[in-house]
Design a protein around this ligand. Structure first.
Ligand code: GDP
Length: 424
């Protein structure tokens, strides 16, 4: 399988980073194609525990080239800090193993400021943004009001472009939000600092990938978040501002005509969701606290407690369809070992009728989950490495999900560390 995307099937935080870290062994290139530093992938391997935000998860493997494609929200300031942290943990990051697309747009400090200002204006109607500037960034990108990383190589042009953008952006900052105006000299100092550091990393990565593809190299595309947060197919407006689906991988990576050979969708064995928005199968109270604690469900970027609930078959089946998944990695099965009965949300009830279909987002708040129970396995399964050794009820749970979502579960993850999984 030479070209594979690893994507989230649910609301994000399914354990994609953990799966990319595992599967990078088979790949020469790992590419991030959308999103920014607003989510976090947690990776645990022989080098330690890492919270990655923008760096591709292949950064830990010798010989793997990691690329930040044109579709990402390139926050050089956060990327710089993240690199310093990972380097201080003993990982080499150089222009040989990290490359940045010259066509990636820069997320500037004002995007983060605007994110915070808008959430404050919305008060109790806020979207639950991580305030990393992602929504203002993508709005500007689609208005063609961003600076491409490659413009750093043309300082005279860049100065003029920046002056025009500052004039435009200050209208919003001061006029709409009553905030302070941005001054050219301050922003130019920011460009000089980060521009000089990153210049050697910025390349025509579309050409790098094209050449790699031609010479038969294998490429892994790493998504952020999940189907239900996809800008077009998710729970609008509580989505992210980019496309988290595999179909966007070629566009956001620099190989627009590429056809993927495989799409590995990552599904969590139960549901979690960070931030605002409808979450049909949500648990509250003691039941929720117990699952949250068992799964360590706190945001990698924000530390926010994640909302939790049983697996949602309706949403997961929809997520699998959106991603065109060819195989599934089911993660965190080990977390459910304490449950005597395993709850499953099998259908939604909407206006007195049962449905299997994921409905129009506006109606989600009216949907009620239909919960059925399966027998639990009631023992620690985290050390098991063979399918036959899993307790029968655990195998039944996997086979049930597989049947209901219509996609083969190829990997069952039973712990955060690299080797804690079963391949079927
Ligand atoms: P991502 O954004 O999809 O990569 O997911 P996150 O990193 O935000 O969340 C997944 C969390 O679950 C991380 O802390 C992982 O180390 C952890 N994890 C992943 N797979 C497993 C698993 O099978 N079992 C357990 N117990 N933890 C896991």
């Amino acid at each position: 399988m030479s070209k594979c995307a690893i994507v989230g099937i649910n609301w994000g935080d399914e354990g994609k980073g953990r799966m990319v870290d595992l599967l990078t062994e088979k790949y020469d290139y790992v590419v991030r194609f959308q999103g920014g530093g607003n989510a976090g992938h947690t990776v645990v391997n022989e080098r330690g525990k890492f919270a990655l935000h923008l760096l591709p998860s292949g950064i830990f493997r010798d010989g793997v080239v990691n690329i930040l494609g044109n579709g990402v929200a390139l926050d050089l300031e956060n990327l710089y800090d993240e690199m310093q942290t990972v380097i201080s943990q003993g990982v080499d990051i150089t222009p040989a193993n990290l490359m940045i697309s010259d066509r990636a747009s820069l997320l500037l400090p004002w995007h983060r400021d605007l994110d915070g200002l808008e959430e404050a204006r919305l008060k109790d109607k806020k979207f639950g943004s991580t305030k990393q500037g992602i929504a203002p960034f993508y709005s500007d990108k689609y208005q063609k009001k961003t600076i491409l990383a490659g413009e750093l190589f043309y300082p005279e042009h860049l100065k003029e472009h920046l002056k025009d953008l500052i004039e435009w952006k200050n209208l919003t900052l001061t006029g709409v939000y009553g905030a302070e105006a941005v001054k050219f000299d301050d922003l130019w100092a920011w460009f000089e600092k980060y521009g000089s550091f990153f210049k050697d990393f910025i390349k025509n990565t579309g050409k790098v990938l094209k050449d790699a593809d031609k010479s038969g190299k294998s490429i892994l595309f790493e998504a952020q978040l999940g189907s239900l947060r996809d800008l077009d197919y998710g729970i609008h407006p509580y989505t992210t501002s980019s496309n988290a689906i595999a179909a966007y991988a070629p566009v956001g990576s620099g190989l627009p005509s590429l056809k993927l050979d495989e799409v590995v969708g990552v599904v969590k064995a139960y549901s979690t969701c960070v931030g605002e928005g409808p979450f049909v199968c949500e648990w509250f109270g003691e039941e929720a606290d117990k699952l949250r604690e068992a799964g360590g469900e706190y945001g990698a970027k924000t530390g926010r407690p994640r909302r939790v609930g049983p697996i949602d078959i309706v949403a997961t089946r929809y997520g699998v369809e959106c991603q065109g998944a060819t195989a599934i990695a089911l993660t965190k099965m080990d977390v459910m070992s304490y449950m005597e009965k395993i709850p499953v949300c099998t259908k939604y009830e909407l206006n007195g009728e049962l449905t299997d279909d994921f409905p129009f987002p506006v109606t989600l708040n009216e949907c009620k989950p239909v919960i059925e129970y399966m027998d639990g396995w009631n023992c620690d399964i985290s050390g098991i490495r063979k399918w036959e050794d899993l307790p029968e009820n655990a195998r039944k749970y996997v086979e049930y999900i597989e049947r209901e979502i219509g996609c083969h579960i190829k990997y069952v993850s039973l712990g955060p560390s690299r080797e804690a999984y079963i391949e079927r």
